[in-house]
Design a protein around this ligand. Sequence first.
Ligand SMILES: Cc1cc2nc3c(=O)[nH]c(=O)nc-3n(C[C@H](O)[C@H](O)[C@H](O)COP(=O)(O)OP(=O)(O)OC[C@H]3O[C@@H](n4cnc5c(N)ncnc54)[C@H](O)[C@@H]3O)c2cc1C
Length: 490
Amino acid sequence: MGQGVVDDTINEITRKVTAPGTQVFTEGSSGYKDGVKHWLKSSYEPSAYVIQPGSAKDLSEIIKILAEKKTPFAVKCGGHIACPKFSSTDGIQIYLSRLTNKHYDSTSQTLTVGAGCLWDEVYGYMEQFKQNVVGGDHNKGVGIGGYLLGGGFSLKTNQFGLGIDNIVGMEVVLPSGLIVEAKADGQYADLFFALKGGGNNFGIVTQFTLNTHPQGKVYGGILVYNNPDEFPKVLAATTKFATESKDKKAAIETAIDYTLKEGTLKPTCAVNCYYDDTKPTTDPFSEFVTIVPHDGKLQEKEHLALTRKLQGIWYLSSSKQNDDSDSEMRDEVYGHGRWGSISVTKYNQALIDAVATEAKNSSEVLAANKGLTAHYNLWPFLPTIYDHSSGGAWPHDKGYPYTPLLVYYLWEEDADDKFWIKHMKDAIKRIHDVAIAQGCSKADAPIYCNITLEDTPVSDIYRGNLERLKSIRAMYDPGRVMDLAGGFKI
Ligand SMILES: Cc1cc2nc3c(=O)[nH]c(=O)nc-3n(C[C@H](O)[C@H](O)[C@H](O)COP(=O)(O)OP(=O)(O)OC[C@H]3O[C@@H](n4cnc5c(N)ncnc54)[C@H](O)[C@@H]3O)c2cc1C
């Protein structure tokens, strides 16, 4: 794409929409730096310009001009997607950071929130009402936009389903520039269905209305084990929790992580424990607590304070992970990386052992291939999680409780992309084979689009919903304007 086209596009945009509501930033400004920043270095791309739209109305003008001039663009909320070019571009970067309105309606117990918000600020806002949303990870900077348009697994999913099951309505700027309100019923019910997991294929969402649920103090924390001799005990306790826990308020994530730090391999196992209430009489995490030595302790805290601690699971080689203060962690990770996943319906010891073996085997090739981290994350859920599914683009039906088993690798340079992406794919396939053989997955399990490699076929994500989604896309984006932005294209 020529620079002339982009310059022409931005000139037209600045003629139609003006500061301070909407602002255009050029390289070197802080607005530009914020706009192009991503969680992973490999998801970053220098764009020609950054725009921070101030309203849906301005965004409507912007999208009409982008469509007319066929100028590549990207839409970014929190910038946490690991797939390159999904929320970055060499064209025009739309950064939703000004769309941060929040209003809690105590009568309907719903929150209406601008699509540029991050989960941290949403949780912080909701504390005063003692209500909360089904939101995303406890990591500083995960955006509500990408998370909610992909599906949304939460520490509260056992109780209330996915993030998309808790959306009541969405304000959307369609590729034509029309601003509409999509809801479960009415004229835009098909659009509502498609947006729930359909990513950025159908337009740009500017506002979500979400159901909320009562929120009191919570109990939990992160337990970190650095001695590999203890790992089998932690994994056995994970299997026990995954197969025996019935309490919807209890959730764990177990990470097996090998990180090279200053040339030394640091093996770590860590368990995030979250109980959505004060400590119960029988501690659901007692098996983990009794494994010593470990760092970290389980405490009662406010939801946001506790979940801030849990973000340490992504920074296990960092000295801050056992820090007992509530200080915020960094929101950028050094290095190139990817996330991948397989979808499982349950865990057993053979599957968990296979994951541990893959992690260990990867650790042995980190040093020779400029690898930094091999991280596997087991996130067991109850088989009932989709009993109250409200449907959506991403298939999540009652009786088919597919959830992602996460694979996350980091390495130093793009020169090593080829090696590590192939390494990840091979490992993912071997784990999936074990999961199928163990009755924990199926060959046609839908892959979770928020945590998978960029070349995952859309048919593997949307499965039986794909044809319906294609016809909805043809209706709302006949000119395929949204193909000018990266993502999984339906
Ligand atoms: C540290 C970390 C923790 C995570 N934890 C969880 C978790 O607990 N549960 C879970 O399910 N996932 C989790 N994820 C995955 C996360 O859901 C995805 O990375 C998600 O895409 C992040 O959303 P974002 O807004 O930050 O991403 P972005 O990179 O800003 O956007 C991702 C995609 O969504 C599109 N998009 C964003 N906003 C809009 C909008 N308003 N309208 C149209 N398109 C839009 C973008 O164009 C892009 O294609 C985690 C990821 C990280 C890095």
